[in-house]
Design a binder for this molecule. Structure first.
Ligand SMILES: [Zn+2]
Length: 256
């Protein structure tokens, strides 16, 4: 029986869509990052992306994760944290995870002049997307909290907690384009931004895991995402999106 239950749990885990922020979240993160790229860096990055912006490719990794060429990146969208809410190498499996994918891509681009143009382009696409995903509350795989349950949106729709964070909460509260949304929230001072981008991706992931653990106070299996929850959830989402945007810009500015 126990084996059957774990088989069912595994089936659910593998079937569950795991797309990180939806289009809205990824594009606004990239838009905020774009606002903070040095002009010369933006020019260089866009040259590698065939003239397109990082916003254009913000969701690309989700669209290509199951194609044979990129199947090795299928698990690079989430990462686990231990009981101290930190990622450590003992959590790495052969399938990789978001931290592994991000660190590998950053290392590759440290010597971008020695890479082919297409290798540079794909690593930029990985970084643009993964920095976003690792700031999504549902992409932090807590090993000490149960996160595999459904919640009920105000509309009555029953969704996984994962989907609620990826897109349902945003779609219930925000109808902006990425440009409009970025304009509304990209308001921090240079000094605040310098504090936010200090540290490493692993530090950022820990900080996110601590901040986002509050989701388990706000929700429980079958609970309703009512207006009170939405009123708390949106500021958390906007903080995560903003921090992701600033940190993405910092990585690209450092690399190029
Ligand atoms: Zn993703």
């Amino acid at each position: 029986m126990k084996r059957m239950i774990s088989a069912i749990m595994l089936a659910i885990l593998f079937a569950a869509p795991s797309f990180g922020w939806g289009r809205e979240g990824h594009e606004v993160i990239a838009k905020i990052a774009e606002n903070h790229l040095h002009p010369s860096v933006r020019k260089k990055v866009e040259k590698y992306l065939g003239g397109h912006s990082i916003v254009y490719y913000a969701k690309w990794m989700d669209d290509y994760r199951r194609t044979p060429e990129y199947i090795h990146t299928n698990r690079w969208h989430t990462a686990p944290v231990n009981a101290e809410l930190r990622y450590d190498d003992s959590l790495l499996t052969s399938k990789g995870n978001a931290i592994y994918g991000l660190e590998t891509s950053i290392t590759a681009l440290e010597n971008y002049k020695e890479l082919s143009d297409s290798a540079v382009a794909v690593n930029i696409k990985y970084i643009v997307h993964i920095v976003g995903d690792m700031h999504c509350p549902s992409h932090i795989k807590y090993t000490t909290y149960d996160w595999d349950y459904d919640v009920v949106m105000k509309s009555g729709a029953r969704v996984t907690l994962h989907t609620a964070w990826d897109s349902s909460i945003i779609r219930a509260c925000r109808i902006y384009s990425s440009t409009e949304w970025a304009e509304e929230i990209d308001l921090m001072s240079r000094r605040e931004i310098a504090r936010i981008v200090s540290g490493t991706p692993r530090d950022w992931f820990h900080e996110s895991a601590v901040r986002c653990a509050v989701q388990f106070e706000w929700t429980s299996p079958g609970s309703k995402i009512d207006q009170d929850v939405l009123n708390s959830a949106m500021p958390l989402i906007e903080t995560q999106i903003l921090y992701a945007g600033y940190r993405l810009a910092a990585i690209l500015n450092h690399l190029f």
